[in-house]
Ligand binder design. Sequence first.
Ligand SMILES: Cc1cc2nc3c(=O)[nH]c(=O)nc-3n(C[C@H](O)[C@H](O)[C@H](O)COP(=O)(O)OP(=O)(O)OC[C@H]3O[C@@H](n4cnc5c(N)ncnc54)[C@H](O)[C@@H]3O)c2cc1C
Ligand SMILES: *[C@@H]1O[C@H](CO)[C@@H](O)[C@H](O)[C@H]1NC(C)=O
Ligand SMILES: *[C@@H]1O[C@H](CO)[C@@H](O)[C@H](O)[C@H]1NC(C)=O
Ligand SMILES: *[C@@H]1O[C@H](CO)[C@@H](O)[C@H](O)[C@H]1NC(C)=O
Ligand SMILES: *[C@@H]1O[C@H](CO)[C@@H](O)[C@H](O)[C@H]1NC(C)=O
Ligand SMILES: *[C@@H]1O[C@H](CO)[C@@H](O)[C@H](O)[C@H]1NC(C)=O
Ligand SMILES: *[C@@H]1O[C@H](CO)[C@@H](O)[C@H](O)[C@H]1NC(C)=O
Length: 350
Amino acid sequence: MFGELLIAILAALLSHSQDVSHADTAQCKCIPSEACWPTQAEWKSLNDSVLGQLIANTPVAAVCYPGHQYSAGQCATIDALWTNTTFQQNQPLGYSYPLSVPCPPVVVSDGEVPGNCSFGNAPAYTVNATTIEHVTKGIAFAKKHNIRLVKRNTGHDALGRSTGYGSLQIWIRYLRTGITFHEKFTASPSLWNGSAFTIGGGYVWNDVYPHATSRGLVVVGGGTPTVGCIGGWMQGGGHSPATRDFGLGADQVLQAQIVLANGSLVTVGPLQHPDLFFAIRGGGPGTYGVVVSTTVKAWPTTNVVVQTLAFAPLTAGFVPHFMEALTDLYAAYPALSDGGWWVVLDFVIL
Ligand SMILES: Cc1cc2nc3c(=O)[nH]c(=O)nc-3n(C[C@H](O)[C@H](O)[C@H](O)COP(=O)(O)OP(=O)(O)OC[C@H]3O[C@@H](n4cnc5c(N)ncnc54)[C@H](O)[C@@H]3O)c2cc1C
Ligand SMILES: *[C@@H]1O[C@H](CO)[C@@H](O)[C@H](O)[C@H]1NC(C)=O
Ligand SMILES: *[C@@H]1O[C@H](CO)[C@@H](O)[C@H](O)[C@H]1NC(C)=O
Ligand SMILES: *[C@@H]1O[C@H](CO)[C@@H](O)[C@H](O)[C@H]1NC(C)=O
Ligand SMILES: *[C@@H]1O[C@H](CO)[C@@H](O)[C@H](O)[C@H]1NC(C)=O
Ligand SMILES: *[C@@H]1O[C@H](CO)[C@@H](O)[C@H](O)[C@H]1NC(C)=O
Ligand SMILES: *[C@@H]1O[C@H](CO)[C@@H](O)[C@H](O)[C@H]1NC(C)=O
């Protein structure tokens, strides 16, 4: 009896897995080595439709490697800027530490030949979107040609969710329709009656903080001001020095604009597309369309006391004590939080 049941279950599982693998093959995305990959003429037509904003990607440090792009001078410049976050953010394929880049800058001494510069899992093309129409065109092209679509804002994502082999990347860094202040913003009276800012595109918190500070207001943004406002930070939750007092980044969003997979631009809020409004606020980035603006709460500013504690093991022998001290610190977090402190731990790896 059990044997028969087991066989029945196995048979069901097997037929299921066959169905799945069949479906997977049918739905595989097209990659650059395949005949289905768009032709040069098709890429050109996409480029024309986005008014020349299409980039054929090359690794940031390609100039350091043998080939037509090689330039010792440019390579030295890139090497010097490599750990500069702003510099990386301005490159279509620039990523933040600790994402490992397959093609790092190498300063080659005479006679030495570096390995080949591999593209790794980087997207093949980038739509450097400056308008919502560019976003729409990019989505339509990827859909029509069955190629993978990647959304990129700052390239900060340590899980690599803003990269992907053989894809078309939509880059929103230069999609900037303005930072607009609302003295009073009421998407729904039960949600908020106070001030708010609409962040129209790929701004980082560094761009937004001065608008709030100059009005005696505070917005809940990244502790590191180079994090993007409307992308992975908010859609993944969003931690802030102000979270202890005002909640997570996702809790701040009163309304958003999203380009859906079908190309439509929708406004989502507590009363419009409430399911989508719920999903983007912490439901995981890059999943529910391309967010092109958010409207976030602005709070009256408040005075805070800041204290920084830095400690490090000065010798290898001290590491066990360091770990013990770290454990004590972690254990104190709940009490510190109950006492009104927001605590952040920054690791510096030397
Ligand atoms: C230096 C540094 C400091 C950080 N500081 C903080 C911090 O203080 N608090 C905190 O909570 N986190 C922090 N993080 C983590 C950061 O919030 C996440 O890495 C986040 O995913 C980055 O989002 P992004 O949009 O800036 O980056 P990206 O890497 O460009 O994108 C991240 C994800 O969001 C998706 N995405 C981007 N734009 C859109 C869009 N418009 N619509 C839909 N999906 C989109 C991408 O596809 C990807 O999945 C930090 C990371 C770094 C590298
Ligand atoms: C897109 O067009 C612009 C302007 O003509 C050009 O500079 C750019 O190289 C083109 N991109 C690609 C991928 O051909
Ligand atoms: C980092 O790079 C940006 C943009 O390339 C530049 O403006 C800035 O001066 C650089 N910062 C440092 C510390 O080099
Ligand atoms: C680089 O790639 C070329 C062409 O594929 C190959 O012939 C060469 O051996 C590679 N060099 C290194 C150092 O891997
Ligand atoms: C992307 O577009 C913006 C706006 O046109 C431009 O300033 C920037 O240089 C472009 N970036 C790249 C890498 O081409
Ligand atoms: C906003 O104002 C309305 C009307 O005065 C009130 O009923 C509601 O509770 C307020 N909402 C918030 C979040 O304060
Ligand atoms: C796209 O989907 C949304 C939500 O289902 C719908 O409201 C809209 O009409 C659709 N747009 C197109 C062009 O089909």
